[in-house]
Design a protein around this ligand. Structure first.
Ligand SMILES: C[S@@+](CC[C@H](N)C(=O)[O-])C[C@H]1O[C@@H](n2cnc3c(N)ncnc32)[C@H](O)[C@@H]1O
Length: 225
């Protein structure tokens, strides 16, 4: 049985439990969520707008930060972005490399991005901040702001609300005994953390839960200017 320490009880920058959990479920995650079937048209509208804006830049490099098995990297690449992905979990990255061999993927943490300042026209954090406790967010947003170039855009998707949810049970039906929690954030909280890095909010959507979702869903678009 795999056990991870709930992140709320540990160092906010210690993601060893999250890494262990995603390493355990990586193959099933890649199989059951290979594309954007979980996103609703409103989510895709925000992603499409982000992708279109970035793809129009002279150097449209985008970082899919917390890329998982690479499904959103593929989506952005199909829209003209030059994408690379990074993820904490070596097994998730292995799935991304297997399923998207034409795209580059790296193992690494959002808290210490292995890229120079101003490298990207876009950074996407698609449901990848959700395992970070509040005290860890400033570091992640500082890193994403650092690697964004002037005029670049940041897109963040997350469950909106407060507190935490245990998501271990969702993986039990696949036979995985992991321990994993996610944090809910209000859009204002995330917007404040982003603003503190010097980025300017461009737009946000907040929608009600649909289908099997348990929470409202938020997407924030911000610009480095
Ligand atoms: C819910 S999955 C989303 C994956 C992908 N963005 C998608 O939409 O399919 C969360 C991902 O974020 C990654 N992650 C969580 N915290 C991270 C961190 N500090 N650094 C890098 N990746 C992280 C996990 O390993 C996992 O692959």
């Amino acid at each position: 049985m795999m056990r991870a320490v709930p992140s709320s009880l540990s160092d906010p920058l210690d993601f060893s439990g999250v890494r262990l959990a995603y390493d355990t479920v990586a193959q099933d995650y890649a199989e059951h969520l290979p594309d954007t079937r979980a996103e609703v048209p409103l989510d895709l509208a925000m992603i499409d707008s982000f992708a279109e804006t970035v793809a129009a830049r002279d150097d449209p490099r985008v970082l899919d930060a917390g890329c998982g098995a690479g499904r959103m990297s593929r989506y952005l690449a199909e829209r003209g972005c030059v994408v690379c992905g990074i993820d904490l979990s070596p097994r998730m990255v292995a799935m991304a490399r297997r399923d998207h061999p034409d795209l580059p993927f790296t193992v690494g943490s959002l808290t210490c991005l292995p890229y120079p300042d101003g490298q990207f026209a876009g950074v996407m954090l698609w449901y990848s901040i959700i395992h970070t406790p509040p005290a860890g967010l400033p570091r992640i947003f500082a890193e994403t702001a650092r690697v964004l170039r002037l005029g670049g855009h940041l897109l963040v998707g997350f469950q909106a609300g407060a507190g935490t949810r245990d998501v271990s049970a969702a993986y039990r039906r696949f036979g995985h005994e992991i321990q994993l929690e996610r944090h809910l954030y209000t859009p204002d909280h995330v917007a404040e953390r982003i603003k503190a890095t010097g980025l300017r909010e461009v737009c946000r959507t907040v929608r009600g839960a649909q289908g099997k979702e348990r929470d409202d869903q938020a997407v924030l678009l911000a610009k480095a200017s």
